[in-house]
Design a protein around this ligand. Structure first.
Ligand code: NAD
Length: 285
């Protein structure tokens, strides 16, 4: 078993700093097989979303695992087509029905599409009823967070944002840290969309520690205090990914990685209003 530390969120809830994300896992047989390996490797924190289309399979995998519900930390997200007070109530009930769970550990607004304030107010109610242990957001910029916090009561526990050595999010991180909002990194390995995994500086650091480049990147996230949940459907990779708690990057290595910032995203921009509008057309059953 691994020794994944917990991070305490601003409402006192504890979240394992290392988890597994299930984006783009859309084949049921593969999903069920991979989840067996994932639980076996020691992962207990799983990140899904209504949009990923696999909440129902995750619920089944949890039941079949025989592991106690309270040992898991399960996150799901409200999709862009479901914003609004009443819409959120319906979407959340559907998510819970698909997962077939009594409570959700963390529920996030997936993107800051229109009407996220009304969405949040519905989420606050479920939170107060105890049906969700913690509520947060994803892909929120500073101005979205300021806007949300000025109109609502509960401060988000987390903001889940694209983060990797090429896009480190320092300004947003500082704002989040000041407001006690934890940082979750999505696409922590760059989603295979760049040369990150063959970046010479990272290759050199990997040689120093006799680790893979993937492990160096994940260790960098962990050392910055970020919560991560990389995805892999391969046993050897998903086992090595979580195995980053027995070594430490030096200050110089952390500095060298800081120098890799490009200022460029590899994926969707939360300030791209057209992108948000288009994505909100995709309804989830
Ligand atoms: P990632 O950076 O985790 O990259 C995943 C890809 O990296 C895999 O497909 C695999 O090919 C490769 N990989 C994994 N381990 C590797 C290793 N050790 N060596 C080499 N290659 C390796 O990207 P992701 O899956 O998009 O992000 C992780 C999770 O973040 C998702 O599964 C999802 O849960 C979440 N996510 C959230 C949002 C959001 O908008 N909130 C967006 C994207 C992803």
């Amino acid at each position: 078993m691994t020794n994944v530390p917990n991070i305490t969120l601003n409402n006192g809830v504890e979240i394992p700093q290392f988890g597994f994300g299930v984006y783009k896992m859309q084949d049921k047989d593969e999903f069920m097989n991979v989840m067996k390996m994932v639980f076996e490797a020691g992962y207990r924190h799983i990140d899904t979303a209504a949009y990923y289309g696999n909440e129902e399979w995750l619920g089944q995998a949890i039941k079949e695992s025989g592991i106690a519900r309270e040992d898991f930390f399960i996150t799901s997200k409200l999709w862009n087509a479901d914003h609004g007070y009443e819409e959120t109530k319906v979407a959340f009930e559907k998510t819970m029905k698909r997962l077939d769970l009594d409570y959700l550990d963390l529920y996030l607004i997936h993107w800051p599409s229109d009407h996220y304030v009304e969405t949040w107010k519905a989420m606050e109610e479920f939170y107060k009823q105890g049906r969700i242990k913690a509520i947060g957001v994803s892909n929120f910029q500073i101005h979205h967070l300021e806007d949300l916090m000025s109109q609502t009561e509960v401060i988000p526990v987390i903001n889940q944002i694209e983060t990797h050595p090429y896009f480190q999010q320092d300004e947003l991180r500082e704002f989040m840290s000041k407001n006690n909002i934890a940082h979750e990194a999505w696409g922590p390995l760059g989603q295979g969309k760049s040369n990150l995994l063959t970046e010479p500086i990272l290759v050199k650091i990997a040689e120093n520690h006799n680790k893979s480049v993937g492990q160096i990147i994940l260790r960098w996230h962990v050392q910055r205090g970020t919560i991560v949940f990389p995805k892999s459907v391969h046993k050897s990779r998903l086992e090595q990914n979580i195995d980053v708690f027995d070594f430490e990057l030096t200050d110089q290595e952390m500095k060298d990685i800081k120098g890799l910032e490009t200022g460029k995203r590899l994926s969707g921009d939360p300030d791209d209003v057209e992108f948000l509008k288009e994505s909100a057309k995709k309804k989830i059953d």
